[in-house]
Design a protein. Structure first.
Length: 401
């Protein structure tokens, strides 16, 4: 049953009022800008409690099946909520991997038992999820994953390590790609996909300190960690297929996510304000023709991203290459945010040498921190270079060579 325009307007007013009334106050400590920077207990519990409050109010997982803890309502309603969260800049939903990757994957490919076991905990933030794809020695070569999952009895024994595990120290479960058969001719055929517990003997997530001084990532070590055979997603050897489905969710090329935003990103209007407050040759930077020209380009990019998300859902407008916009969206959006933050730092002049904690830092060092953190998004889910290859091969039909 579709929702008419008046219902959407009424619902938008309801949601707007709820978030204005319930948005949490400044906690008195530095909040992370995305789930990839959650590195302290006070940050984590603050964000977990906030997600649970949004879920209990009925504003998260609205389009997920009711029998598993969702709202069973129209996706259009969840879209209204998500847009309102972004516009009001309320804190992000910390269980991003569960809400946007693991949850949709389980709903699409999991058994009824797996859906009943995992979905509600994802929405309520009771069960935090992390991702075990990247490995220290293999970079973006996901198909060459070497963490071993050796079948033993009714379960598997895990040995190896994964890296860049966001929320690794807080996660209860991991979506894990592991090698169950090292003898296959094609490396992709020997991989399997698991919904692995994290709080068991033999799994040790070790925090990694980033250039920003923040934590959030870990390297996760597996030393004879034993998991049940029920953790297997699909059949043994289906790991590559399941991982590719997961990446479609991660890159936003496939729908079905629970809703809510996953990071705090700058808008061009905020950089325009910074240009008004900054100085160039003794005048406000906003008066400089070059600055104005660059800001207009950023505004055009920002507007294009918004329109493309709508255009992608209108078949008549994308009939020549239906997947072109979903495939390109992640690459364009993350590079736009990185470049915007870099430009903002350039507006600061000599003050660009100050960082978070320095009294002279512009906006408390926000723009430097945002710039450094923006690289995580250009790497996760496939680097920008990998995304360019995907667009060339799968959208434009170019040869791999």
């Amino acid at each position: 049953m579709s929702v008419d325009a008046k219902e959407l307007d009424d619902f938008r007013a309801e949601v707007r009022a709820w978030f204005k009334e319930n948005a949490p106050a400044d906690p008195g400590f530095l909040l992370p800008q995305s789930f990839m920077e959650v590195g302290t207990d006070e940050q984590f519990y603050f964000l977990r409690d906030w997600q649970n409050k949004v879920y209990e109010a009925g504003y998260l997982g609205m389009a997920w099946p009711k029998e598993y803890g969702g709202g069973g309502k129209e996706q259009a309603l969840q879209d209204v909520v998500t847009r309102e969260m972004v516009q009001q800049k309320v804190p992000f939903m910390t269980n991003t991997i569960g809400l946007n990757w693991a949850g949709p994957l389980i709903l699409q490919m999991g058994t009824d038992e797996q859906k009943a076991k995992y979905i509600k905990g994802i929405l309520s933030a009771e069960d935090i999820w992390c991702q075990g794809f990247s490995e220290p020695d293999h970079g973006s070569d996901l198909g060459n994953a070497q963490l071993k999952a050796e079948q033993r009895g009714n379960g598997y024994v895990l040995n190896g390590s994964k890296i860049w595990t966001s929320l690794g120290t807080y996660a209860k479960y991991m979506i894990l790609l592991a090698r169950t058969d090292p003898t296959t001719e094609r490396k992709y055929d020997g991989l399997s996909f698991f919904l692995s517990p994290m709080k068991i003997e033999g799994i040790d997530p070790v925090p990694i300190k980033k250039l920003t001084g923040e934590y959030g990532f870990t390297q996760t070590y597996f030393d004879n960690a034993e998991i049940s055979g029920e953790c297997l997603m699909g059949n043994e050897g289906d790991g590559w297929k399941v991982a590719m489905a997961t990446l479609m969710f991660e890159r936003g090329a496939a729908g079905g996510q629970a809703g809510g935003h996953s990071m705090m990103t700058a808008e061009v209007s905020e950089v325009v304000d910074l240009a008004r407050r900054s100085s160039r040759d003794g005048k406000p930077a906003i008066e400089d023709p070059f600055v104005r020209d660059e800001l207009v380009k950023f505004l055009m990019n920002e507007r294009t991203l918004g329109l493309n998300s709508k255009r992608a859902n209108i078949p008549a407008l994308v009939q020549e290459r239906p997947m072109s916009l979903p495939m390109a969206g992640k690459y364009i959006a993350t590079e736009h945010i990185r470049a915007l933050n870099q430009f903002a730092i350039g507006l600061e002049g000599q003050n660009a040498g100050y960082y978070v904690g320095d009294e002279a830092a512009v906006d408390g060092g926000l723009w430097h921190r945002s710039y450094f953190n923006a690289f995580s998004a250009t790497i996760g889910g496939g680097t920008s270079q990998v995304q360019q290859n995907i667009i060339g091969e799968r959208v434009l039909g170019l040869p791999k060579s």
